[in-house]
Design a protein around this ligand. Structure first.
Ligand SMILES: Nc1ncnc2c1ncn2[C@@H]1O[C@H](COP(=O)(O)OP(=O)(O)OP(=O)(O)O)[C@@H](O)[C@H]1O
Ligand SMILES: [Mg+2]
Length: 480
């Protein structure tokens, strides 16, 4: 890992949603004022006397009710994703009261280009950037999980009721054991992955939001990049982008949550207060213990809060006077988070880079293919050369038979042999006829050398030469 240990504050932005139809019909008052130029948001207590000063908060950016999805992406998230492509870990999370637009900001409406949220916008951005590079190889994979009632569930797994365990290792920090990871080659593929996961996400009706997120959802994109460094060696950088759509804080009196919804709300509020405690401990300056272990959410966000990641928090608020207290609480929470200092660093050549494993695997497969190709070539060569030698052997057989016939004729013409044949001996030839025996041996050697040569494809010429020799031999023999 890179040695750079420069501190960087968590970037905090605030987004205010427009009035809902219900709020409009109820004649709700607007208690928020946004100054996007100064990055200021002013909140007025609707119950306070008119002379009481309003509370002003300053953030890295503030976005009013008419802000566009693309503005939030370009301004708040694009630089974060650029960093992930360089090998940093990055996290963006939306925090706020229920019904204030966290899911709208993170997810939006994927099939409407203007309404697409941060998660789908990041897909297009990542793959466009990758397509523009020339000397790097990339591997992009994604995971999608939710923390529902303090249990981690894999949203990409068929059996998504399975509870996954959190583990920790010194190299990669906290991770989810057994979480699916899908390699994706383009924006369409990764979007498909997201849509599959969204179908499994826990949502439910409450009085504050028809489609209220009942879980914290985390979409993770891991980008591995391999590039040849000045040393001529292949170097791998790995950046991980966590995009977190938190469940909203809620009050039972407002949401009307009962039974299952109430149980969900209790767990949601518990983990959000654990997140608040971690933030407080981090900015306190005196805390020696940061209570990351108090919830699964804070454990998973450990690197993003006071760790080695770059982090962007998007706090969402509603404009209505009815939500004054919740909005003020969110702004205070967000204001505290501004003080969190991270030490982002590039993940260089991590041990667990999948790209390295894949490259190794590709090299192995290539070698295997090459070997197989060579073997197939060798087999073809052998087959051809066998065919050739078979036909040559046929020719040779014919030729040798002719020659043997000559030799045999010469042999049987020997007076001593002729005598033995007449006497009816079975094996008279070699034992008795020395001169002809030598000639027979020579004939066998010729035949053997031809057999040995059949595996050498370049030997055709030689075989033909040999054949010529045979002819010469034959001529010689025939003249004996
Ligand atoms: N900036 C916005 N512009 C237009 N509509 C918005 C905006 N923000 C939120 N909405 C609308 O408000 C409603 C609630 O938003 P959303 O579901 O995103 O809230 P949430 O913060 O995710 O709530 P929960 O915590 O319950 O999940 C949705 O109908 C959404 O379309
Ligand atoms: Mg939501």
């Amino acid at each position: 890992m890179s040695k750079s240990k420069q501190c960087e504050a968590v970037r905090v932005v605030v987004r205010c949603r427009p009035f809902s139809r219900k709020e409009e019909s109820q004649g709700c008052e607007d208690v928020l004022q946004i100054d996007d130029r100064l990055g200021q948001i002013t909140i007025r207590n609707p119950k306070a006397p008119p002379d009481e000063p309003m509370k002003v908060f300053t953030f890295d950016s503030v976005y009013g009710w008419d802000s566009k999805q693309v503005d939030i992406y370009d301004d708040a998230v694009r630089p974060l994703v650029e960093s992930v492509l360089k090998g940093f870990n990055g996290t963006t999370f939306a925090y706020g009261q229920t019904g204030t637009g966290k899911t709208h900001t993170m997810q939006g409406v994927s099939n409407d280009p203007e309404m697409r949220g941060i998660i789908p916008n990041s897909f297009q951005h990542i793959f466009t950037q990758i397509s523009r590079t020339q000397n790097q190889k990339y591997l992009v994979r994604s995971s999608y999980m939710e923390i529902y009632q303090e249990e981690v569930r894999d949203l990409l797994c068929k059996d998504n009721n399975k509870k996954l365990e959190l583990k920790e290792n010194p190299d990669s920090g906290v991770y989810v054991r057994g979480l699916s990871s899908v390699v994706t080659k383009n924006a369409t593929e990764i979007e498909h992955v997201m849509n599959i996961g969204n179908q499994s996400r826990s949502v439910g009706f409450t009085n504050m939001n028809e489609r209220s997120s009942r879980s914290h959802a985390i979409f993770v994109i891991t980008v591995e990049c391999s590039e040849v460094g000045p040393d001529g060696e292949d170097h791998i950088r790995v950046g991980k982008l966590n995009m977190v759509d938190l469940a909203g804080s809620e009050r039972q009196s407002k949401t009307g949550a009962k039974g299952k919804r109430l149980k969900e709300a209790a767990k949601i509020n518990l983990s959000l207060s654990a997140l608040g405690n971690v933030i407080s401990a981090l900015v306190n300056g005196k805390s020696t213990h940061i209570p990351y272990r108090d919830s699964k959410l804070t454990r998973l966000l450990q690197d993003s809060l006071g760790g080695n990641a770059k982090t962007v928090m998007i706090a969402t608020v509603g404009p209505s006077h009815k939500d004054f207290e919740e909005s003020l609480a969110t702004l205070r929470y967000a204001n505290r988070a501004k003080e969190i200092k991270n030490k982002p660093r590039i993940n260089e050549d991590p041990k667990d880079a999948l790209l390295r494993e894949f490259q190794g695997e590709i090299a192995r497969l290539k070698a295997q293919l090459e070997e197989r190709g060579m073997l197939a070539k060798e087999r073809r060569r052998i087959r051809n050369s066998k065919r050739l030698s078979q036909s040559l052997a046929g020719m040779e057989e014919e030729m040798l038979n002719e020659r043997d016939a000559d030799v045999w004729k010469a042999f049987v013409d020997e007076p001593v042999v002729r005598r033995h044949i007449k006497e009816g001996s079975d094996h008279p030839k070699v034992t008795l006829c020395q001169g002809s025996g030598e000639r027979l041996k020579h004939l066998k050697d010729n035949r053997k050398s031809l057999v040995d040569m059949q595996w050498d494809p370049d030997a055709l010429e030689k075989i033909i030469e040999k054949y010529k020799v045979h002819v010469e031999i034959k001529i010689q023999y025939s003249t004996v």
